[in-house]
Design a protein around this ligand. Structure first.
Ligand code: ADP
Ligand code: MG
Length: 597
């Protein structure tokens, strides 16, 4: 066993930095918090190469006294609290006195500052923990801090950095949180010299949401306001139509600090129960303000979690306020029966009421029925690269699949617009129409992909889709793989991507909604998936979107086509997500249960 020894300070700082500084965005977060704590009204942020090369934050806050400059880089040195008791009265964002020490330990930092009321300022350099002497600096009141070559002395960390586009996405996320929490603050962000965000002081919270999340979210917000004892809740929740596939657009702030909290997230999700499908997430920007004594902020190194003295009361406040707010909007009345699955559907609203009952198709009468429209059934042709003259989501006769095989001689009915019951020689087969169709499409798509790209329709007018910058970056990173799938995208700048081509099989779905689903899928992955895994995942996503859904009423031909396909394709027992597609009640079993044998 080696002997125990005290670690040198340089190692201690690197270990501490490992907790606090994960990537450029963590530096930005800490620096911005310091500027806000210093009472800044304007903060200018300059980033180069996603922050790996340079992060510069300039504020007009109260500044730092010249003689305090070296202390700013010392571990556990802070001007924000003095005694342990102060920890329960924290009104500032910072209090741990760790951030500058950590950043200074893993980068080359120049700190320049002029304290309010002083005639001149001073500067100091911290190079991987080594401090320079303090020198005079001529600048205006406030603080200017430059962080260069992040992780220059921790190569492993540096290797972990993703592309500049991804890192700037995370930086934007940090800026977004701060901008939302501090209306009245003027913020600018430049990346590689180009202005990417300019949030004026005059922009109120709602405008800020619009700036960062686009007009579709901005236009569908409802104000929330509630009070319970000394705690106030305010902010916005979005209409259920804004729902997302991840919880990323759920922001909670407590006393100006953006936090994660399972209980609050749960309250939000519960309030939307019945309005968004399970597995989908509402969008919300919620701000709780309370006396600092009711809160422990010292539970997480990067301060993203807090502990409430009365967590249940917070849950109740959020749940009750949102539930009441949503009830007043009478959203349920708008969850209407969609046109049958041939029509354009809004994604997400699948918890709609059951359609009016109609007599089940006990007898299959093909003549009386409209042409079936299951995509990709047996002998159907899909044309390659059809340029749709109008919006592609409209039905284009040229894109209409050709008729399917006529129904066979078997008997089949649809139950609850969701299950198909088939008579087969083996027994009674109960099929989940969505799961089975999804599986069939998935196999067909995979087969097609093996022989080249998937068919796509060019959009005559490319469709702009606004995304948070981080998500836009993620999609653009996977551009090539998406192209293979027939989804053509281009960077339009500022978080907007242009959708130029659209997979033909999804012709009926809204391009925007499909892209959003792809984005949601990509952002939930922590690691970069292999090309194989990505294509597989996206194919299954496409199959899911193109497939008939539970609740879709099928014509007898469609039922027949599905049954037909089932027997043609192999491996149709489970949908791509692993759910069974069909259950067999054998003839023997029926006979046994009815005591016929
Ligand atoms: P903390 O914010 O937890 O106190 P930091 O390491 O982030 O710890 O900062 C150390 C100290 O440096 C702060 O307490 C504050 O006094 C000073 N400081 C840092 N940045 C600024 C700034 N932009 N303006 C004024 N003072 C600052
Ligand atoms: Mg700080």
């Amino acid at each position: 066993m080696p002997r125990i020894q005290q670690l040198p300070l340089s190692v201690v700082t690197k270990i501490a930095a490992g907790e606090v500084i994960e990537r450029p965005a963590s530096v930005v977060k800490e620096l911005l918090e310091n500027s806000v704590d210093a009472g800044a009204t304007r903060i200018d942020i300059d980033v180069e190469q996603g922050g790996a090369e340079l992060i510069r934050v300039v504020d007009d806050g109260c500044g730092i006294e010249a003689e305090d400059l070296p202390l700013a880089f010392a571990s556990h040195a802070t001007s924000k609290l003095a005694t342990a008791d102060d920890l329960f009265h924290v009104r500032t964002l910072g209090f741990r006195g760790e951030a500058l020490a950590s950043i200074g330990g893993v980068a080359q930092v120049t700190l320049q500052s002029r304290a309010a009321g002083q005639s001149s300022g001073a500067e100091i350099v911290c190079h991987g923990g080594e401090l320079s002497p303090v020198r005079a600096w001529n600048g205006s009141t406030g603080t200017r801090i430059e962080v260069r070559h992040l992780f220059f002395n921790t190569p492993v960390r540096r290797k972990f950095l993703r592309t500049a586009a991804t890192e700037i996405g995370h930086v934007t996320e940090a800026v977004t949180k701060l901008a939302l929490a501090n209306p009245c603050l003027h913020l600018t962000v430049r990346h590689n010299g180009k202005l990417v965000h300019d949030v004026p002081a005059s922009a109120a919270l709602r405008d800020r949401i619009g700036i960062f999340f686009g007009s579709d979210v901005h236009d569908l917000l409802y104000v929330v306001e509630a009070k319970q004892a000394e705690v106030t809740l305010r902010g916005f929740v979005a209409d259920p139509a804004c729902e997302r596939g991840t919880a990323k657009l759920q922001y909670f702030f407590v006393n100006g600090r953006c936090i994660r909290d399972r209980s609050l997230t749960h309250a939000l999700q519960e309030a939307y129960r019945g309005l968004v499908m399970s597995g989908r997430y509402p969008v919300a920007f919620l701000f709780l303000d309370m006396p600092p004594e009711q809160l422990d902020v010292n539970v997480h190194p990067t301060k993203v979690e807090v502990r409430f003295r009365d967590s249940q009361a917070m849950h109740h406040l959020v749940f009750a306020a949102l539930k009441d707010r949503l009830r007043r909007e009478n959203l349920t009345a708008r969850l209407e029966v969609p046109p049958s699955f041939g029509g354009v559907q809004r994604l997400g609203y699948t918890n709609r009421p059951e359609p009016l009952p109609e007599p089940p198709p006990w007898t299959l009468t093909p003549e009386a029925q409209p042409a079936p429209t299951l995509p990709f059934a047996s002998n159907q042709q899909v044309h390659r690269d059809v340029s749709a003259p109008e919006e592609t989501s409209k039905q284009d006769p040229a894109m209409e699949p050709s008729p399917l095989l006529p129904p066979g001689s078997f008997k089949a009915i649809q139950l609850y617009n969701t299950y198909l019951v088939l008579e087969t020689p083996e027994g009674m087969l109960v099929i989940d129409q969505h799961a089975l169709h999804e599986r069939i499409l998935f196999e067909q798509l995979k087969e097609r992909l093996r022989f080249g790209q998937l068919e796509s329709q060019r959009l005559l007018v490319p469709e702009p889709v606004e995304l948070p910058a981080e998500q836009a970056a993620r999609v653009l990173e996977h551009r090539e793989a998406l192209e293979e799938l027939g989804l053509g995208i281009q960077d339009f700048g500022g978080g907007t991507v242009l959708l130029t081509c659209f997979p033909a099989i999804l012709g009926r779905r809204s391009p925007q909604a499909v892209l959003q689903a792809v984005v949601d899928h990509l952002v939930t992955k922590d690691q970069v998936p292999s090309r194989e895994a990505l294509l597989n995942d996206l194919l299954s996503l496409m199959a899911c979107h193109a497939a008939v859904r539970a609740g879709d009423r099928l014509t007898p031909e469609e039922i027949a086509a599905l049954a037909e396909q089932r027997s043609l394709a192999d491996d149709t027992h489970h949908c791509p997500h692993g759910r069974p597609t069909a259950l067999l009640f054998s003839r023997q079993e029926l006979e046994r249960q009815f005591r016929r044998v």
